[in-house]
Each structure stands twice: as structure tokens, then as C-alpha cells.
Design a protein around this ligand. Structure first.
Ligand code: AHR
Length: 667
């Protein structure tokens, strides 16, 4: 039994360190041509519309400082250290000056958001106030509009609040002011239009005049957000998700669901309703990795459960929330709720279903409606626990499942299998799950590229009577699991493409798949590799992103047989393949992967196709398997598309070294 006190990172390293990453495919000479035979007329398994989805977790500053477009860090002074992210102006003297003072006040009547700043301004000192550092600065774009807002009340005198954006040398790149009027709390908002583009701007908030005000919720958002929603999400980052055409979105994680302690678990009820009433919480990745500390990583929950449901709806993806099962992260504290005190946790699940699907006359449906969405979100899936193990997990899972099915018999419940995809812990979990028979079980694979190639057959002999698989978190690790040296190399991406041929071939068993983690800020990440990287101004897809995209935008509706010498194409001489038909568009879709470091010819015999058929080939490849995209060179590896024509049921492919190709033909 693993000692529960062992740290998460350590166990990841221990578990994986033996699996050294090797690339034995380095031959440079062309290999023998391969003949693949596709049977077009006999669809085999239905491919679920949920097959290719997204895993979202607030790790690597994916939410605050990332997708959630708020530019001010610690806008309501609720981080453990209330001034974190803020600097007093003028520096040094401010806090010890009794004429002009800034004080943190704690209001016990507002327990969700107790702190605000009292500004006492006794003389006309200019440039007195605060400076916010943003998330490694703020990404500001020339000519765009930014909403600067705050809530405040004027207790004495007359103060004007001025917002100024500066670059690192102190040059002003935009400003706006507003005078306060009245001694009741009000929201004030002004628009700033910057005159320069800068990725590391800072926001100065200064107070002019003499008097006393209280101020809170100091915020700066671009107006140009996803769908133009006020205080919404970063457009470029959501667009990358939309381009994936995801079948589902799993949220909010990941280990963040569990928390390092139960108090730090994700509690969805605290993430809905008015944003200023969403209680700030430390992010569990704040202190997880000593080699990547992030002391300023907190969750504002401006991106909360309503916004996750809304995003799922925007992208046409099934929402898949995962909830705490009453067990804090077992790699950390393993804090456990006694079974006879589990009801509030189970109620969270039942209430969440009501929040998503209930009529506006129900308690939680009404809250959804008050947030602007009277129609239900049509939630069909819910997950109980993340990477949990042991009897303590399964008995809690069963209690959840019993209560959920009693009230919502049509709900699909996702169970975990623990952090590992094989070994004793995994086998024990599978035994328990065979008894419990959940609909879907979540497997995680953070393994070497070789493991991915070798496991393309993982589900070929899977017991068809068993539960369905949600390949909920996977990513090939170029060095080892959770190593800060991991890179999103082409080799990793191609090995994932090879593995995914096996997921697709077994679409009667595998219902959902998602790469993890999704996002990482180039300067502020904790975990690598990640699907999409971003800085304060831009974002880009990795080679792994393009593999996901090539699958998710070419899913097909049914699998077809594709054989080489009468066998599935599962890695002989580095060749992998899967085939599908899209019955809606009447197209044939063939995915072929060459993991060798040399080019090869592949001939396709399309049995059942007598006429000429035109279409396209999308190809992702590169001579150097170790290459990866970066923020400075985001397009080193991107897919290219060309036209093709199959004649007399034949099509010849020239597959470059390290390549993944998707052929799409109109039938
Ligand atoms: O994806 C990063 C972490 O890896 C997830 O939070 C966890 O579920 C897994 O161990």
C-alpha cells in the first residue's frame, strides 16, 4: 500500500522512472511498401459523438491568468496575503504615512468577500494609490477597448479614481478616470483604449483629491472576449478549443477537484451566482511542485460552473463535470469524509444536476435562470472522484451512484480507476468496478511514447460486456511523468496518434477520450507537456493539438475494417491505421500513422469503391521527431492539406518520416 503522505510529484516520478523513452525508429532508409485493405461496405461499430473531447483543469494558470480574461490579479484582496499582486504608490512610504493611507478592512457581514481597501487621502499628493502586476504582466493590445471597473463608496470628501496602464519603463499606454458620487457601494466603469501593444503592462490605480473611499473588485477586462461577453473568456484561447470541435468538455479537473485537503476541494456551489460572492480559494497547484512554485496561484472562480456549462453549449460539447467524492487527494493528505457524513457531498451532485437541468421553479434551476440561462443545459454525464483508489473510494462511489440513479436514472456516471493504467492498484480497481458495473470508467495514461505505440492494441481484446472506457487523461511524456523537461515533441504527438488508432478501432468500448492537461502559460506552468500554450497576448497549438484536431474534426460515425495481411494495422514496422465512414456526409475517413524516422509508401485498396472518389489528405509530419512548436515559432509543426483522387478503388500514399495522415474521400 502506498504511503498516503508521499507527495504527488514523487510518486509520479517513482512510478514512471523505469519507463525510459527510447526512439528505435531512427532508420533513415525507406521501408517496404505496405498494402492496406479497407472494407467500405460493412460498417462495424458506431463512433460516439462524444469520442474526442477536452479535459479542462485550472493548472498552469489555465483559468485565472489564462482563459478567464480578467487582467487584475487578486482583484478583491482575498488572497491569503491581501496585498499580493499589488504595490503601493508611491513605493515604500505609503503604508507608514498617516496623511494618506491604504488599509485593508475586513467586513464580517460579507463572509464570501470580506476584504476591501479603505483609501484615506489627507492631501493632494499626486500618484497616490496602487499598482497591480497582473499575471506576469497584462496583455494589452493597441486600439482595443478595455473595461476598467471597481465597486466603491465615498465616505468623505471628493476623490477621483484614475486607471493608468504603463509599460515596463513606465511609459503610459492608456488611462481613464472617474469621480465617485455617493456613499453607497456602487459599480463604476470606464473604458481605456491603449495606444500600444504590450504583453507585460501594469495597471496603476491612483486617487486624486482629498477624502476617504472604500474600494473593492478592481478589474480590467478586454471588451473583445469570446462572443463579446462582458467580463468573459479570452477569445483566441476559446477559438483554439472551438477549432477542435470537441464532443465533450470535462471540467474542472483533475486533482483540483479533490483538493490537497477537503477544504480545498472544488465546490461548485461557491462558483455560481454573482462573481463578487464567489469565495476565492487557493489553487492546489500553488505549492504542488517545489520546482515550479506558484505562491500567487488562487482561484477567483470568475470562470465557474455556469461558465463551464455555457462554454460547453457554445462549442456544442457535452458537459462532463467531475465532483469530489469526499476524499482529498490521496497523493497529499487523503483526508476522508466518514460515510455517515457524506450526504452534503452527495447533495452537491444531486443539486448540480438540478442546477444544470432543473426547471426554473426548482431552487438550483432558478439560480441558473437568474444567471441568464432559463433553458436547461441538458447534462447527461457526471463524474464521481478523480484519481482515487482503495476501498474508501469505491464505497463512496457506490453511495453517490445509488443516490444519483434513484433520482436521475438516465444519468451516465463516470467512475475513476486511479492514477495508473496498469499494476496492482489498477487491477484492484478493475475488480471492484466489475462488481459495481459503472457505465464509464476513466483511465489515465501519462506514459512514454513507446508505451503509446505498444498500447494501440489495448482494447482489441477487451471484454465487450464490461463497462465503457473514458480515456480521460493522456499525454506522451518525452522524459518522464511530470518532468519539467518534458516537451510537446513531434515524437510524442505521433505516438499518441498511433495509440488513438486503437481507441477509434474499439469505438464500441471507448466512448470518450481527452488529452491532458489542456492549457499552459509559457512562463507560469507547473506541468508539461500540455496541449495549448499561451502568453499574455497569443496562444498556439502543439503538434499534439494538431493530432487531436485531426481526429476530432474527422471522427466519422462508424468504424470500418482496415487490414494489412488480414490483420489489424497495429504497429508492424511502425505502421498504424484506422478507418471510418461518416454516414451523414457519406465520406470515407482513413487515418494512417508512420512512427518510423523514414518515409514509406502505403497503398490503400478500397473494397467496395468502384468509382473515382476525390478528397483530401491532411498530413502532420517532420523529419526531426524531437522538434516542437514554441511561442516564438508556433507553426514549426502544423498540418498541411492537399487534394487526392482515388481511382479504381486504389489510392497510394507517400508517408513521410514521423507522419500522421488523414484521408477524406467523398463516396
Ligand atoms: O493533468 C494533470 C494532473 O494529472 C491531473 O490533475 C490529474 O488528474 C493527473 O494526475
Amino acid at each position: 500500500m502506498i504511503k498516503k503522505t508521499i507527495t504527488y510529484s514523487l510518486i509520479c516520478l517513482l512510478s514512471i522512472c523505469l519507463l525510459a523513452c527510447s526512439n528505435d525508429d531512427s532508420s533513415s532508409s525507406e521501408v517496404e511498401a505496405a498494402d492496406l485493405v479497407v472494407d467500405i461496405n460493412n460498417p462495424i461499430h458506431e463512433i460516439q459523438p462524444t469520442m474526442y473531447g477536452i479535459f479542462f483543469e485550472d493548472i498552469n494558470f489555465a483559468a485565472d491568468g489564462g482563459l478567464y480574461a480578467e487582467l487584475v490579479k487578486n482583484r478583491s484582496f482575498e488572497f491569503d496575503a491581501p496585498w499580493m499582486g499589488w504595490k503601493h504608490l508611491p513605493e515604500a512610504e505609503t503604508r507608514f504615512n498617516t496623511v494618506n493611507e491604504l488599509t485593508i478592512v475586513r467586513d464580517a457581514n460579507n463572509p464570501q468577500n470580506p476584504r476591501f481597501v479603505r483609501v484615506d487621502k489627507g492631501d493632494e499628493t499626486p500618484e497616490f494609490g496602487l499598482e497591480n502586476e497582473g499575471f506576469d504582466g497584462m496583455g494589452i493590445k493597441n486600439g482595443e477597448k478595455y473595461d476598467f471597473s471597481f465597486v466603491a463608496r465615498q465616505n468623505k470628501g471628493n476623490l477621483t479614481v484614475k486607471a493608468t496602464l504603463i509599460d515596463t519603463t513606465g511609459n503610459i499606454i492608456g488611462s481613464a478616470s472617474t469621480a465617485l458620487n455617493g456613499n453607497d457601494w456602487k459599480t463604476y466603469e470606464v473604458v481605456i483604449t491603449p495606444t500600444a501593444t504590450f504583453g507585460a503592462a501594469k495597471l496603476q490605480v491612483t486617487f486624486e483629491g482629498v477624502g476617504q473611499i472604500d474600494i473593492d473588485q478592481i478589474s480590467l477586462f478586454p471588451q473583445d472576449t469570446w462572443k463579446g461577453r462582458k467580463k468573459g473568456l479570452r477569445k483566441d484561447m476559446v477559438q483554439l478549443l472551438a477549432d477542435l470541435n470537441p464532443g465533450f468538455i470535462r471540467f474542472p479537473g483533475g486533482c483540483i477537484v479533490e483538493g490537497r485537503t477537503l477544504d480545498q476541494r472544488y465546490q461548485w456551489k461557491k462558483t455560481v451566482g454573482p462573481v463578487d460572492q464567489r469565495e476565492t480559494l487557493i489553487n492546489r497547484w500553488n505549492t504542488e511542485f517545489a520546482h515550479r512554485p506558484a505562491p500567487d496561484y488562487f482561484q477567483s472562480f470568475g470562470l465557474g460552473f455556469f461558465e463551464y456549462f455555457q462554454l460547453s453549449e457554445d462549442l456544442g460539447a457535452e458537459p462532463l463535470p467531475i465532483l469530489s467524492c469526499g476524499l482529498a487527494c490521496q497523493f497529499n493528505t487523503s483526508e476522508t469524509v466518514p460515510m455517515d457524513q457524506l450526504d452534503p457531498y452527495i447533495d452537491d451532485a444531486l443539486d448540480l444536476i438540478e442546477f444544470a437541468n432543473g426547471s426554473v421553479n426548482t431552487k438550483w434551476g432558478k439560480i441558473r435562470a437568474s444567471m441568464g440561462h432559463p433553458e436547461p443545459f441538458n447534462l447527461k454525464y457526471i463524474g464521481v472522484g478523480n484519481e482515487q483508489w482503495g476501498q474508501e473510494y469505491f464505497e463512496r462511489y457506490e453511495a453517490f451512484a445509488k443516490a444519483i440513479y434513484a433520482k436521475y436514472p438516465d444519468m451516465n456516471i463516470v467512475s475513476g480507476t486511479g492514477p495508473f493504467s496498469d499494476g496492482e492498484m489498477f487491477e484492484k480497481a478493475i475488480k471492484e468496478l466489475e462488481r459495481i458495473k459503472p457505465e464509464l470508467v476513466d483511465e489515465h495514461y501519462y506514459r512514454t511514447p513507446d508505451w503509446f505505440k505498444e498500447n494501440a492494441t489495448r482494447y482489441d481484446n477487451y471484454d465487450r460486456e464490461r463497462f465503457k472506457i473514458f480515456a480521460g487523461e493522456y499525454a506522451a511524456q518525452s522524459v518522464q511523468t511530470a518532468s519539467p523537461e518534458n516537451r510537446n515533441t513531434l515524437e510524442c504527438a505521433i505516438s499518441e496518434a498511433a495509440f488513438m488508432t486503437g481507441l477509434e478501432r474499439n469505438a464500441d468500448v471507448v466512448y470518450m477520450t481527452s488529452y491532458a492537461p489542456l492549457f499552459a502559460h509559457v512562463n507560469r506552468w507547473q506541468w508539461t507537456p500540455d496541449l495549448i500554450w499561451f502568453d499574455n497576448l497569443t496562444s498556439y497549438g502543439t503538434a499534439n493539438y494538431y493530432v487531436q484536431k485531426m481526429y476530432s474534426t474527422n471522427p466519422g460515425t462508424h468504424t470500418l475494417s482496415i487490414k494489412r495481411d488480414g490483420e489489424n494495422v497495429t504497429g508492424k514496422d511502425g505502421l498504424y491505421a484506422t478507418a471510418a465512414i461518416d454516414k451523414n456526409s457519406n465520406e470515407l475517413i482513413i487515418k494512417v500513422v508512420n512512427t518510423l524516422g523514414s518515409k514509406r509508401a502505403v497503398s490503400l485498396s478500397l473494397n467496395g469503391l468502384s468509382k473515382a472518389a476525390e478528397g483530401s489528405i491532411t498530413s502532420l509530419h517532420g523529419d526531426d521527431a524531437g522538434v516542437f512548436n514554441t511561442i516564438d515559432e508556433p507553426a514549426k509543426i502544423t498540418p498541411s492539406e492537399s487534394k487526392v483522387m482515388a481511382e479504381n478503388g486504389k489510392l497510394n500514399l507517400q508517408m513521410p518520416a514521423n507522419s500522421f495522415q488523414v484521408v477524406r474521400l467523398k463516396l
